[in-house]
Design a binder for this molecule. Sequence first.
Ligand code: NDP
Length: 283
Amino acid sequence: MAATLIDGRAIAQQVRDQVAADVAAFTAETGVTPGLATLLVGDDPASAVYVANKRRACVAAGIADLHRHLPADVAQEQVVAHLQELNADPQVSGILLQLPVPAQLDATLLTGLIAPDKDVDGLTPISAGRLMQGAPGLRPCTPSGVIELLDRHDVPLEGAEAVVVGRSDLVGKPLIHLLLQRNATVTVCHSRTRDLAAVCARADVLVAAVGVPKLIGADAVKPGAAVIDVGINRTDDGLVGDVDFDAVREVAGLLTPVPGGVGPMTIALLLSNTLAAARLQRG
Ligand code: NDP
């Protein structure tokens, strides 16, 4: 039987509607409108589109759009000054530095300057440490979106064999910790993993966050498994994921399409994090 497809667009819309309702209630109760400061440096067209989408989604959710656009040749000290100003500004609940930044800037240093309670991307070392220790804090959006998709489909995580392919700081590593917190038995694979398909085939929950088109074939999927495809790869055939969709669809129990799976969840979770950040700042 073909896998049930996970409709990421519909679930993301549900999350966004819930955030909008929660933002309205928060604002009515506290008089505070949560605000997201997106910081875009330069004119990379893809980044401009991503930031425009995030800003539109904020406005739709009742979150103030506090965007700043800096020229491509801006000096590091100036970006530092902007981040410090945003850190100190009580109207700013969340700060998002759109990556990548131009080569003269040190992305790791700049990201690390964001106040942890405003770190809506969840990428600062303090947010990463809080996640690893299970302490309250802001979690990275894409991995949180993966968990949300699994939860909305009632996929049991406790005691489940979960395999994550990919160990980036952005997706794979935070996801490992989110799954561990839910008491899954977690295995992580990467470019040096021997016999990837055999390891993946053990998984009740398989997440691919790699960036290699169709890396995960039907032989890597346990019948009935929940398969989440984070990959976004531009090919001659259009956008494809890391999972060989047509083949895996015949084996998996649940499967995300690309596009329309994990992608829409990232923005939804960004909105949710912005409200969470506004709450954190009120203690
Ligand atoms: P990175 O390039 O930072 O990490 C890729 C990971 O995949 C690395 O850990 C690498 O291993 C591993 N890897 C590479 N080749 C193989 C292979 N042949 N077998 C097993 N593992 C391999 O990517 P990101 O985590 O940033 O992104 C992954 C994918 O997810 C990309 O397609 C990206 O576009 C997409 N993405 C989608 C988002 C969304 O909103 N849907 C958000 C963010 C990313 P090693 O560490 O050994 O090098």
